[in-house]
Design a protein around this ligand. Structure first.
Ligand SMILES: [Ca+2]
Ligand SMILES: [Ca+2]
Length: 335
């Protein structure tokens, strides 16, 4: 349809919608901003892709069998929540707050009569007592907010590897600040200094500005819990299936050893604990917003190449046939 064939009355609205397209379109900044504050006031920090040793050496105090050290390469920059998701943030997105630590449970009471003397505002406490499924639902709903869609931000749980890489922030020691357990209380709420979750970001952050990576609440990750391989691994996302989802970082109810950067545990996706919450991740802007057909084609091509054990010429010829199957099929079947 030619623009000139449109009734003149439609032109102003057409111009307006073109204008709004022009405003909404440029989603890929020249350089990724180092921090983001999203539409519900949540802060995220850019975690630069890189390589690290995931797991712990056997010499590390408290090291366990499931922490086999291995080289991991993360191939994409991503953002991670500076804090655990708070009760207020969860309520604003989901309309509910499953946390155990709110209301009367945390209110200051007269020790003799039990009468509530003063309510405690828990908006800035980490949300807890929620299942893995509910954490994933939060990510989906947050991503669907118009302002987040406009910004092109898709929220998800971090992978276990993304979580540990971000926690370590370049460190190789038991904790992100070093090996000394005596300093843990400066950086973490755990069983030696807390009897419940505490407001987020009230201990010292790590070198990348992330708070409560050790302690406060455990954090759900996206992976199923499984054994590490000792082999180097690229952007691992855990086993294809399992019974437990990974939880990381330790919480207010656990000892110092479980707060180590490498410590792993898991819970069934339906588990609720008042010491278990989460933080969100966002993959930094993809290289380009490739059209669906191209994305499908390239995915299938790489699958074809990697599944072809004898690579070379056969792989590239199978890639060729896979790139344009949709167009060629109708002509050969056609009427
Ligand atoms: Ca934590
Ligand atoms: Ca373990």
């Amino acid at each position: 349809m030619k623009p000139t064939s449109l009734p003149a009355a439609l032109l102003p609205s057409l111009l307006l919608s073109l204008l709004s397209l022009a405003v909404a379109a440029p989603r890929i900044p020249a350089a990724e901003p180092r921090t983001i504050t999203n539409s519900i006031g949540m802060k995220l920090v850019l975690i630069p892709k890189g390589q690290f040793t995931m797991g712990s050496p056997v010499e590390e105090e408290g090291s366990e069998d499931d922490e086999t050290p291995h080289a991991v390469t993360l191939t994409t920059d991503y953002y991670l929540g500076v804090t655990e998701v708070t009760q207020d943030q969860f309520r604003r997105v989901m309309g509910s707050n499953p946390s155990g630590f709110q209301g009367e449970k945390v209110a200051e009471k007269n020790p003799r009569t039990g009468r509530v003397l003063r309510a405690v505002d828990t908006s800035n406490y980490p949300v807890e007592n929620l299942t893995w499924t509910e954490a994933v639902a939060f990510c989906r709903k947050l991503s669907a907010l118009p302002a987040e869609q406009q910004a092109g931000r898709v929220y998800r749980l971090p992978t276990e590897a993304e979580w540990e890489y971000a926690c370590r922030a370049g460190s190789k020691t038991a904790y992100h600040f070093g090996p000394e357990v005596a300093k843990l209380a400066e950086h973490a709420w755990f069983d030696q200094n807390a009897k419940g979750p505490q407001p987020v970001a009230t201990r010292k952050p790590n070198a990348w500005g992330l708070y409560d990576m050790h302690g406060n609440v455990w954090e759900w990750c996206s992976d199923w819990l499984g054994d590490y391989s000792a082999e180097p691994s690229i952007a691992p996302a855990g086993p294809k299936q399992g019974t437990d989802r990974v939880v990381r970082g330790g919480g207010w109810d656990i000892d110092s050893a479980a707060c180590r950067s490498a410590y792993r545990d898991g819970g069934e996706p339906t588990t609720r604990l008042e010491s278990l919450g989460f933080r969100v991740a966002v993959t930094a802007a993809a290289p380009s917003a490739a059209p669906n057909a191209a994305t499908r084609g390239s995915t299938r091509t790489s699958a074809a190449v990697s599944s072809g054990a004898n690579a070379g010429a056969s792989a590239s010829s199978s890639a060729k046939t896979l790139i344009a199957p949709v167009r060629s099929a109708p002509s050969s079947i056609g009427p």
